[in-house]
Design a protein around this ligand. Sequence first.
Ligand code: KG4
Ligand code: ZN
Length: 360
Amino acid sequence: MGKTLTFLGIESSCDDTAAAVVRLSSGGRGEVLASVVEGQEALHAGFGGVVPEIAARAHAEKLDLAVEAALASAHVALADLDGIAVTAGPGLIGGVLSGVMLAKGLSAATGLPLVGVNHLAGHALTPRLTDGIAYPYLMLLVSGGHCQFLRVEGPETFRRLGSTIDDAPGEAFDKVAKLLALPQPGGPQVEAAANAGDAKRFRFPRPLLDREGCDLSFSGLKTAVLRARDEVIAERGGLTLQDRADLCAGFQAAVADVLAEKTRRALVAFPAPVLAVAGGVAANSLLRARLETVAAAAGAQFLAPPLRFCTDNGAMIAWAGIERFLAGGRDGMDLSARSRWPLDQAAAPMLGSGKRGAKA
Ligand code: KG4
Ligand code: ZN
């Protein structure tokens, strides 16, 4: 096969400042030479969510350091690179702009090709980087900002089979944690509490299961948890640890039920050989187990890339940049940062914008 390609990837669309160096071997496989992710959790901790202005400033301060660290750790100089890939959207616009401006500066200074990448394409193409899988496959993206089923057919060919009409599941986990006075990010906390809980004590709704298709909704579920919590407090004067565990278990079971059933339907609509997941919520053990069962029943392989490549990172952007570059994709100094950028332009736009920014 052809020559190797080495790309720098830059990601700054939410609350992770990330840079990575990825090499495509002559055999066609990707290798992550370095991946640096600097989270901003401490900066936003007191605000109950990501504050866009704080995120943008932190990205502007830290991005060039992340790039330097990634290049040093990969033992790669700017002159060894074949291109620069950067998230150009969707996301919080100030952060995306920081990344795009840095990438343009580097490209102008070095003459290296510039490739703008859709953040969601980065997530969606990750299983090709980590596991070398072939097109087509089904991707379930479940994070704090995104929730959608994608039929992935090529580096720039995606069909959205369904998505959330309100909150993303990670956002719901985080809000439930907040309601129960658990620390952020809430997903791991809710999961840990749920392990000691009885999922049957509170019967929460399974939103949109009565509606055909693969669209999802999580905001009503969070409200149901709030009501159940208030009822317990009104009856007993407070919440015991067991009450909290039972609320978490009931909520988690409802999320897993909904995602499992919608995934089953997505695999009927598109009988893919592989079901892959990405996003922080893919760390949830109950969800993984349920998805594995659904995939096996549909005769599909279940694939969950290592968590550090499931959550926001620069390697997925570098890889998506390489794939776009090989397909002829190039950008100039007119590359713009976009807060909204649906992968599937033909799909109807979804309403709603969560705390983590515009949904695509
Ligand atoms: O992909 P990610 O790191 O960031 C973006 O949202 O882009 O996902 C973070 C989300 C948070 O909402 C977090 O609460 C959730 O993933 N999460 C989990 C678990 N671990 C992280 N949700 C449920 N169960 C988990 N074990
Ligand atoms: Zn993401």
